[in-house]
Ligand binder design. Structure first.
Ligand code: AMP
Ligand code: ZN
Length: 484
């Protein structure tokens, strides 16, 4: 089979990435129709996404765009988890959505709508493309009920204490992602977890709840097993099958999803279908803060809005993510973000200085495009892809060729490389002289406050300017400002 992508490049087997299932870097081979069916575990919309969550969505966005760039035909689906994701992965805690509703004294559906909108607003700022299909879990209750019925009929599930459970002892290999030693570890990891006495086996999981300790669950539906609500894992199996059919190519998520979420998805999907379900599993490692894993339940957590309030352009955070490999843990610090901010500003200014006149050198264009694509196809080496931009800027060729290449690469990187620098001065120009002097005076005042370690006064000045529609950015080269 041959697939023809951009131009006439043959793309079959071209793209390679690390498949968690096979524990190897290998080529992505599409099914007979040439389509790549891709699924992403969406956000649990009980709170803002933290910038760790957004790291996963940025890298999954680049994966999709890199596949398209290499000529693959991609269809991508994402769910929105608005019911059934409990605080504990062992099915014992409270529904996270209910927790969010109680915290804010709003209904679960109000919470879901608010944080779904907030999530997509963050995605838009980070140039993350919305997947072709986005489906909230609460839209698919009949599909969940149907899958649970089939699993019961086939003997893979049982009812106990009012809930329906998946029986993991029915599978020859439940721990599909793990080596033998890891399997022991995974079972051990869950030993501190409060056990549900209804489970026949330690790793059995709930497909449908009618009983839990938390009787005030807000959203409930009629089912053959009584009024209740679905388990979290069943959502992703059903929503992906609804839109992508019985076979999936690439399933994405953060590394914390490997166990138990993705392990359980495979168990129930393949038992339901009676055949292998998904070929490739793409997992993004965690963003960490100094204290370790970033988590929403810790209370205070880093959001994109917080970075913006501190004056960082969201695309600086995107570049920070792209500069590191998706399989490595990434430690967040403001120091590194400051460096990235300076690098980004410098890069976009350099690009803005190009005079894209004259012709495009087609041979050089093809040569660089090939190198860029090769970096992405090599297990999504995004930092190498960015290095190629620095290389081409230094190279002897027309500005028109350079500009065309960078525009082309930005279809994948989505860093607004050719537009960001042009935008700022234009925005700056539409303030009058009085306003300009006022801003500069305030910047000086803030500098003095910071020097005197009066951070409350410095923050108050930032807020004062923000109220007037002016955003301050702290960069290595000093403070810059632009209109909000
Ligand atoms: P959630 O909203 O909790 O369902 O998580 C949304 C996505 O973020 C999932 O794919 C998680 O695996 C991923 N995720 C959670 N924490 C982190 C982190 N610290 N760094 C990167 N991705 C994360
Ligand atoms: Zn999922």
């Amino acid at each position: 089979m041959k697939i023809t992508g951009n131009g006439d490049t043959k793309v079959e087997n071209r793209f390679r990435f690390y498949n968690t299932l096979t524990r190897q870097v290998g080529p992505v081979v599409p099914r007979e129709d040439g389509k790549i069916r891709m699924y992403t575990c969406g956000p649990t919309v009980y709170h803002y996404a933290h910038i760790g969550n957004l790291r996963s969505y940025i890298m999954e966005d680049v994966l999709e765009k890199a596949l398209r760039y290499a000529g693959y035909d991609v269809k991508r689906v994402m769910n929105i988890t608005d019911v059934g994701h409990l605080s504990s992965d062992a099915d014992t805690g409270e529904d996270k959505m209910l927790k969010g509703a109680k915290r804010e004294n709003r209904t679960v559906m109000e919470i879901a709508q608010f944080y779904t909108d907030a999530f997509f607003a963050d995605c838009a700022k980070l140039n993350i493309k919305t997947p072709d299909i986005v489906e909230p879990a609460t839209n698919c209750i009949p599909e969940f009920i149907h899958m649970v019925e089939v699993l019961l009929e086939k003997g893979y599930a049982y009812t106990a204490g009012g809930n329906v459970y998946f029986d993991t002892s029915k599978l020859d290999d439940y721990f599909v992602f793990s080596s033998q030693s890891e399997k022991e570890l995974l079972v051990g990891v869950r030993e501190d977890v409060e056990e549900d006495a209804n489970k026949r086996n330690r790793n059995d999981f709930v497909l449908w709840f009618t009983k839990s300790k938390f009787e005030d669950q807000a959203l409930k539906w009629e089912s053959p097993w009584g009024t209740g609500y679905p388990g979290w894992h069943i959502e992703c199996s059903c929503i992906s099958m609804k839109h992508l059919g019985e076979y999936m190519d690439i399933h994405c998520g953060g590394v914390d999803n490997i166990f138990p979420h993705h392990t359980n998805e495979i168990a129930q999907s393949e038992s339901y279908l009676g055949h292998k379900w998904c070929s490739y599993w793409f997992h993004v490692n965690h963003l960490q803060d100094k204290s370790g894993k970033m988590s929403k339940s810790k209370g205070d957590f880093l959001t994109l809005s917080l970075l913006e309030e501190k004056g960082y352009d969201p695309l600086v955070y995107r570049m920070f993510c792209l500069q590191s490999h998706y399989r490595k843990p990434l430690e967040f610090s403001y120091g590194v973000l400051d460096n990235m901010s300076a690098a980004y500003t410098k890069l976009v200014r350099r690009i803005a200085d190009l005079k894209p006149e004259g012709g495009i050198d087609k041979a050089r264009f093809a040569e660089y495009r090939e190198a860029f694509q090769a970096a992405l196809c090599d297990d999504l080496n995004t930092s190498m892809a960015i290095t190629i931009i620095y290389d081409l800027l230094k190279d002897e060729m027309s500005d028109a060729t350079k500009y065309a290449l960078i525009e082309d690469f930005d279809r994948v990187l989505s860093l607004n490389l050719t537009t960001a620098a042009v935008r700022e001065p234009e925005k700056d120009q539409d303030v009058d002289e009085d306003m300009r002097s006022y801003i500069l005076a305030k910047i000086e005042e803030r500098k003095a406050a910071k020097k005197a370690k009066d951070f409350a006064a410095a923050d108050a000045i930032r807020e004062e300017l923000l109220a007037k529609g002016i955003v301050l950015k702290d960069t290595r080269e000093g403070v810059v400002w632009h209109r909000a």
